[in-house]
Design a protein around this ligand. Structure first.
Ligand code: ATP
Ligand code: MG
Length: 250
């Protein structure tokens, strides 16, 4: 890895770029994953590269939804594994969720590399290789999933999702929790709970909320989820960004 001085003002962002570029060279991230990351970075810049209160609220409600789920699944792709494999594994352990690999650019080789990477980080039973089921209404390979995993899940956490699959999962009646830095994306607008935050901060923050809420009465948690107004939260996000931009040049 290239040496980046620790006191560089953009150290975290540069280290994240290094990680993702290395993962592309290793065949874990598809080259278009770098472009998706760039779009994410641009929105993170607008947010001030921190978890804003509206995102923290969404992370709390996401934790509540995961704690109430019967069969929660965390869906991961190359970008997610390259940036936050350990956080994802730790979250699956704290809520007894399953982990499933789902790729837009699916090849046997990439699936195997990602499974190996996850197992190096300690993941035990990762779904996604069997691909014995299909999400209805999707043409591309992202439709492929495991019957015991995403197909039968009631709550799916999708960090970095494509709008089509998010909609198709909603059409199956699932609760979809999306992590997407772009509050305007189709994913952000079709998910049940949208977390506008960087995966590098969001997954560990959901786990923090899981620990905080795990002894709370289930009815209270269900109530939190039912009361959630995703559209309102997204519009607050957009208004946060516009106010921040206006204030920077006053
Ligand atoms: P959609 O398919 O929902 O309309 P899109 O086609 O614009 O969105 P995709 O390439 O499908 O975008 O997915 C990438 C999304 O992931 C982008 O919206 C981007 O903002 C977001 N993203 C990229 N990196 C991160 C990250 N580290 N954390 C959170 N979100 C990210
Ligand atoms: Mg897309």
């Amino acid at each position: 890895m290239e040496k980046i001085p620790k006191n560089h003002p953009r150290y975290t962002s540069l280290m994240t770029r290094e990680k993702i570029s290395q993962a592309m060279k290793n065949g874990i991230v598809h080259e278009t994953g770098l472009i998706a990351h760039g779009r994410g970075e641009a929105f993170d810049y607008l947010l001030g590269e921190k978890t804003i209160p509206q995102a923290d609220m969404a992370e709390e409600v996401a934790a509540a939804a995961l704690l109430c789920a019967k069969n929660p699944v965390i869906s991961v792709n190359g970008n997610v594994v390259s940036l936050v494999a350990e956080d994802c594994i730790s979250l699956t352990e704290s809520i007894s969720a399953k982990l499933e690999v789902n790729l837009f650019h699916r090849t046997k080789k990439r699936i195997e590399k990602i499974l190996k990477e996850l197992s190096n980080y300690g993941a035990k039973n990762v779904y996604g290789q069997k691909a014995d089921a299909k999400i209805p209404g999707l043409e591309h390979d992202r439709a492929l999933c495991d019957m015991e995993g995403i197909f039968s899940a009631d709550v799916v956490l999708v960090p970095l999702e494509d709008g089509d699959r998010c909609q198709a999962l909603r059409n199956m009646g699932k609760t979809v929790v999306a992590i997407d830095l772009n509050p305007l994306s189709r994913t952000a607008r079709t998910a049940s709970i949208t977390i506008v935050d960087n995966v590098t901060r969001a997954i560990s923050n959901i786990e923090r909320w899981v620990n905080e809420l795990k002894n709370t009465d289930k009815n209270e948690l269900k109530n939190l989820v039912e009361k959630w107004d995703n559209e309102r939260n997204l519009s607050e996000m957009i208004s946060f960004i516009s106010k921040r931009l206006n204030s920077l040049f006053r």
